[in-house]
Design a protein around this ligand. Structure first.
Ligand code: RB5
Length: 145
């Protein structure tokens, strides 16, 4: 199960991504927002981060206007590694090297077809471990400082 959420700036793209994943038979749980009414991206990041941290969902997708605010907010949750991705290569590396458990996109930045490719690439990629695992471990050591 994939968790997805957005603020108003990411609402439209979130809908397109959900349609795309549904068409592929990938289960998605929508944590809102459910309208284009103005919403604060830190609030919107919370349910998706919690769903990933609890194990209810394996990975998450967050969308705001630029992807910046919602990624900054998500990365404040201990254990979240949220990667803002605007291209396919970053989406692959986000999982292979950084073991990102959430990717973030900008609804006002990234077109829907590119967004679909970014999401597909991220979901198809696997963490490579090894030296990358050591580096990811160091990220979480910083969290505990
Ligand atoms: C909302 O207007 C906008 O600031 C938000 O969606 C996001 O882009 C913040 O980083």
């Amino acid at each position: 199960m994939i968790a997805i959420g957005s603020d108003h700036g990411g609402f439209e793209l979130k809908g397109h991504i959900m349609d795309h994943l549904n068409e592929k038979g990938i289960e998605v749980k929508d944590f809102g927002v459910y309208t284009e009414e103005s919403a604060d991206y830190p609030d919107c990041s919370k349910p998706v981060c919690e769903a990933v941290l609890s194990g209810e969902c394996e990975r998450g997708i967050l969308v705001c206007g630029t992807g910046i605010g919602i990624s900054i907010a998500a990365n404040k949750f201990k254990g979240i590694r949220a990667a803002l991705c605007g291209n396919v290569f970053s989406a692959k590396m986000a999982k292979e090297h950084n073991n990102a458990n959430i990717i973030c996109l900008g609804g006002r930045v990234t077109g829907r077809e590119l967004a679909n490719m970014i999401v597909d690439t991220y979901l198809e990629s696997r963490f490579l471990g090894g030296r990358h695992a050591e580096r990811v471990k160091k990220i979480h050591e910083i969290e505990n400082m």
